[in-house]
Design a protein around this ligand. Structure first.
Ligand SMILES: [Fe+2]
Ligand SMILES: [Fe+2]
Length: 170
């Protein structure tokens, strides 16, 4: 049985992953409004990944007989000043996720809950990758300046597939 405090913290993380998923939906919609279809597809895929993260936490809690409690999801950012602002906010959010995952890991270690620590290791590694790729994107956007189609070309070369809402990540 998982410790109650850790269970509560994981339930909080589930909400934060869903919040992240909604933030990326919001960012994707902003990109679509700007006519940036590849960036739209890229953020739709990020949104799906965040939902998958929430599902991973849900699956783990169930595996260890914890209780899943889905709390209220705060409203995601609604407006962005620019593409750079949207990507910078996305990077900030990833940094916050990393901080939260690290806190969960500390709690698991404090309680000598090595099963949960082992489960969390995947997220520690995932956050390194997510932060690096969001940082790359931010640098790309800054280099491109007003020529955002260059960013879109680069993302296409990196394998981002155009998707329409409802078939994100397809
Ligand atoms: Fe995540
Ligand atoms: Fe993420």
């Amino acid at each position: 049985m998982i410790d109650k405090k850790l269970e509560d913290a994981i339930n909080e993380q589930i909400v934060y992953e869903l919040y992240s998923s909604n933030t990326y939906l919001s960012v994707a919609s902003f990109m679509e409004e700007q006519g940036l279809k590849v960036l739209n597809a890229h953020f739709l895929k990020q949104s799906e990944e965040e939902r998958d993260h929430a599902m991973k936490f849900i699956g783990y809690l169930q595996e260890v007989n914890g209780a899943v409690r889905i709390g209220a999801i705060p409203e995601p950012p609604q407006s962005f000043k620019s593409v750079e602002d949207a990507v910078a906010k996305s990077l900030k959010q990833e940094e916050e996720v990393t901080r939260r995952i690290n806190n969960l890991m500390s709690m698991a270690h404090d309680q000598k809950d090595y099963a949960t620590a082992s489960f969390l290791k995947w997220f520690v590694d995932e956050q390194v990758e997510e932060q690096a790729s969001m940082n790359d994107l931010l640098l790309m956007v800054r280099h491109a300046g007003p020529h955002l189609l260059l960013v879109e070309d680069r993302l296409l070369k990196q394998g981002v597939k155009l998707a329409t809402p409802g078939e994100a990540g397809a």
